[in-house]
Design a protein around this ligand. Structure first.
Ligand code: BDP
Length: 630
């Protein structure tokens, strides 16, 4: 549905009001970009590392390791950033380490950052898993709870205390999960000394991927002028061939500032401009943002340049920030998902940030390879199961037209104690951090607040009503879902979502070995859900483990043949229901991935259609052929 221009303006103003009230977080989280007024200094590479192996895991704090160079406190090793630390060494105690680890990096800050006090210097951590405390030159600058999302701190004053510009960054990161973290976990001490050594404990987790830890995404320093563009929110729409970009800019460091907003096409030609902190840009002959394979020119992005000019008694400031903007709409009916008013079918995958050696560390060769594989497969979408992925990946999605269901780390909420107020407050903050970071990505078309929570438990009703409502308030322009696995009749989250997303593993976890049950059970499942809620359905997970290279015919579980037939049997039902209310199918999983050790996992989860090294199993060709046909 396209809104008339006046309603657009009203909606933008209303959005502004919503964004301004009831928020738990202060300030924006724009991706750091260089411009004529901003510099970026990446700190990727080797950092110094020490795990605190003391029984209490508190030695580092007791001895204040942040006050001097880490190597002066005891033995240190080299670790790369970004990367998980778990698979870097030959030491099983590091792989399975739980508690505080300490990272340190020394650098020299450019002289003008020190001398020029009209410059603001910010330290940003793309993500660190899970709880982080950060010091610069021994001074505490910030702490953050939660992996998968960025955090930052202004460090201008701290670095100016040392005129030589020498800067020592210390980051302590703790991967301990509790019943109140997202995802939740629980430490259990084993006190039977006839069976376990002194101090023995394990961390129980309720999710099926390895709890990789460390600094997973780039750490960097960047600058802005003292008066700066703090945040930008865009909402897009179109009417006939006119594109509409409603924007709101928030400014910090100046009481008044002049703002000029210019929208440029790919060739750098100005297509619309405006002045002031909010407004609507009208783009004639708009080139809409289309998903991959739905248009000859998918992923079209404009550039929105925001130029700020401000002055105080002493000096003038100019700040420039350029945001990529894709113009598109998203709407949901009881049977369809519409992008730009056209029905969109999610031909997609579920992924993990996971690979050999790096664990969950951001890795450009892997990212580019995965996008090439998505295209080879003919996939147009993925879900960020089960946590927010790196911003760099979403930027690729914007540019290539890959549609994203953006998921919070609300995975494994299974214990009734994880539905209390502390958990709920944290979940609301995480949703704010997620929406704040990803709201301007054209590729992001839906928020997922959780995966397979124990939603039949009584407190789940209030919990998910609150989280979903808050997410809708934060962003009224995108649908919200959560991923269900439990019985449709008892599910406490489904009434509040816009799209029903369901995971099931017929002929695997239920009726193992009986491929013939898939069509009847899947059909029953769909009819029940749609009959009850009258909402469109996405098959958000389906699949089977296949150990690559293992072949048996007639098929048995764990062979490539079995995985293929599971997929084919699901596809028969998808093709019937697609004509009615099924709006997507996301295979579990794109690639094999590491899990915790256990009797149901053979060096990780093998439900990938690609191996962990990104080589195709037989099932990958089934999907590739299928996507060609549709
Ligand atoms: C699903 C979970 C996913 C697991 C998958 C499996 O959402 O995280 O990896 O099962 O068991 O229910 O393979």
């Amino acid at each position: 549905m396209c809104l008339p221009v006046k309603r657009q303006v009203l909606r933008a103003l209303w959005l502004f009001a919503v964004l301004d009230t009831g928020l738990l977080l202060d300030g924006g989280m724009l991706y750091p970009r260089e411009s004529s007024s901003r510099e970026v200094k990446e700190l990727s590479g080797l950092w110094v590392f020490r795990a605190d192996r003391s029984p209490s895991r508190k030695q580092g704090f007791d001895e204040a390791w942040y006050k001097r160079r880490l190597e002066e406190t005891g033995p240190v090793i080299d670790v790369p950033v970004p990367a998980s630390y778990n698979d870097i060494t030959q030491d099983p105690a590091i792989r399975d380490f739980i508690g505080w680890v300490w990272y340190e990096r020394e650098l020299v800050v450019p002289t003008h950052w020190i001398r020029d006090d009209t410059i603001r210097v910010v330290l940003r951590v793309g993500s660190a898993h899970y709880n982080s405390v950060v010091w610069v030159n021994g001074v505490s600058v910030t702490q953050h709870e939660g992996g998968h999302l960025p955090f930052e701190a202004e460090v201008s004053d701290v670095i100016r205390k040392d005129p030589t510009g020498s800067c020592r960054i210390t980051i302590a990161v703790n991967n301990t999960l509790t019943l109140q973290t997202l995802p939740p976990g629980n430490i259990q001490y084993m006190n039977d000394r006839t069976r376990y050594p002194d101090g023995f404990f394990v961390q129980s987790i309720y999710f099926d991927f390895f709890n990789y830890a460390g600094i997973h995404r780039p750490v960097l320093l960047y600058t802005t002028p003292k008066a700066y563009v703090d945040d930008i929110t865009v909402v897009t729409d179109f009417s006939d061939n006119t594109g509409l970009v409603s924007y709101i800019v928030s400014v910090k460091g100046a009481v008044t500032a002049a703002l000029k907003v210019t929208l440029m096409d790919k060739q750098g030609h100005c297509v619309a401009s405006s002045n002031g902190p909010f407004g609507v840009l009208k783009v004639q002959d708009v080139k809409l943002w289309w998903p991959y394979l739905t248009h000859e020119n998918p992923g079209y992005l404009y550039s929105m340049e925001v130029r700020l000019n401000a002055a105080d008694g002493r000096t003038t400031y100019e700040d420039v920030y350029t945001l990529p903007v894709g113009i598109r709409t998203v709407n949901v009916t009881s049977t369809q998902f519409l992008i730009n008013n056209k029905p969109f079918y999610f031909h997609g995958v579920n992924k993990h940030e996971d690979s050999d050696i790096r664990g969950k560390g951001l890795d450009w060769p892997l990212i580019v390879k995965d996008f090439n594989l998505l295209k080879w497969l003919g996939a147009n979408s993925f879900r960020t199961s089960h946590y927010p992925y790196a911003e760099e990946i979403l930027q690729m999605c914007d540019r290539h037209g890959i549609v994203v269901i953006d998921e919070s780390p609300g995975v494994g909420i299974k214990d009734i104690r994880s539905f209390g107020n502390a958990s709920l407050s944290h979940h609301l903050i995480v949703m704010e951090e997620l929406v704040r970071r990803d709201k301007n990505h054209a590729s992001v078309v839906m928020w997922s607040v959780a995966n397979e929570p124990a939603s039949e438990m009584p407190p789940a009703d209030y919990y998910f009503n609150t989280v979903i409502k808050h997410t809708k308030d934060l962003d009224p322009t995108r649908p919200v879902t959560f991923i269900s696995s439990s019985n449709f009749a008892r599910d406490k989250g489904a009434p509040y979502v816009d799209v029903i997303c369901i995971n099931n593993y017929f002929s695997w976890y239920h009726d193992p070995g009986h491929l013939e049950v898939i069509p009847i059970q899947l059909n029953t499942e769909y009819e029940n859900w749609h009959g009850k809620y009258k909402k469109p359905i996405i098959q958000s997970e389906y699949g089977a483990d296949a150990v690559p290279g293992v072949h048996v015919d007639p098929p048995v579980m764990f062979t490539e043949e079995y995985q293929k037939i599971v997929l084919q049997n699901y596809h028969k039902v998808f093709d019937q229901k697609r004509a009615q209310y099924l709006i997507g199918e996301l295979i579990w999983n794109f690639a094999d991935f590491m899990t915790t050790q256990g009797v149901t996992r053979v060096v990780g989860n093998k439900k990938g259609i690609f191996t962990r090294q990104r080589q195709p199993k037989a099932a990958a060709f089934v999907l590739k052929e299928r996507k060609k046909l549709s």
